[in-house]
Ligand binder design. Sequence first.
Ligand code: NAD
Ligand code: DAU
Length: 350
Amino acid sequence: MKTILITGGAGFIGSHVVRRFVKKYPQYKILNLDKLTYAGNLANLRDIENEPNYGFIKADIVDAERMNQIFRENNVESVIHLAAESHVDRSISNPMEFIFTNIIGTVNLLNAARIAWQDKMEDKRFYHISTDEVYGSLGETGTFLETTAYDPRSPYSASKASSDHLVRAYFHTYKLPVVISNCSNNYGPFQFPEKLIPLSINNIRNNKPIPIYGKGENIRDWLFVEDHANAIDLIFHEGKNGETYNIGGNNEWTNISLILLLCKIMDRKLGRADGTSEKLITYVKDRAGHDLRYAIDSTKIQHELGWKPSLQFEEGLDKTVDWYLENEEWMNNITSGDYQKYYENQYVKR
Ligand code: NAD
Ligand code: DAU
């Protein structure tokens, strides 16, 4: 059985990737390595946790010796690396966690793979999952290509850019068989409610203000998380070593138009009169250094690997709202305790 180490598998995107691989590839042993930070939640994987080809290891990628040991003991043949600190606002208030996990943690995994695979690299793969934020911020026109120069502008995106450079350096210097993808904003089930869409769904349901940073004119390119997991599957199996693939939804929305659409969907689902939820929209102080616009050109993965997004945004958002409304307990478990403290610091005291 080929062993694939998936890091960050208890997080939002990681849990979709783990589920997909466990179900679709019984011939692989899927090892989920996760530190279970505030963002990691094993409840995201309840439906597959007893499958014979699934295993979980609680570990911190910042612990280099532990990474070497895990590679030695489990005969790891491939890595899909998603573990990261992922929230821009947290990177603004506490950058160091991002430096440790996103940069040092990634180098520890690269070193562990290099040591474990030094005699035979051919059938191995180190797949690093990255973000479109490394390319910086666009004006009103243009899109990010794989060749766009890096220009990260937040501690989060700078830490991800740094890890991407290190992954490429290990390809060129040590011939480590790496591949990288840079994806736009994901949405869907199991996303932690610090991010715009689940936070807004939760607040609308509870009749709380929907905080919009600045004027709500910033633009993001949204992709349904299962379409990202599908792209990761394709790149893992068919992508070329040393290459980068951009993944995006071709689906740009200003934050305010997205929230107005979400309010409409929520009014319908909650049996409220049209226009009720949008009264909750509240403009708050802008994010420091807030990137104006992201937009991905995904021509390369579409042409080379035949990938394309499967869902229209309205359909994906509708499915997402249904999931959050049907999984109230999942949300309530997360939004108690520590999250409450974070929320108060981030919004109430602003
Ligand atoms: P997430 O915050 O939901 O999950 C991150 C996971 O990593 C959690 O389970 C957490 O416990 C784990 N983790 C954090 N620090 C760790 C450490 N030191 N050791 C081991 N595990 C640790 O993140 P996400 O939104 O699922 O993003 C996953 C990856 O995809 C990240 O690398 C992110 O940069 C990238 N990405 C995210 C998006 C997006 O829209 N969410 C878009 C493009 C790329
Ligand atoms: O582009 C990919 C990136 O998308 C990923 O690399 C990150 O891990 C992921 O968190 C996401 O980053 P964003 O900063 O774009 O996502 P977030 O959901 O935090 O914010 C989306 C937009 O909404 C952004 O312009 C900021 C704004 N926003 C966000 C929050 C949480 C608000 O207006 N109000 C809010 O309360």
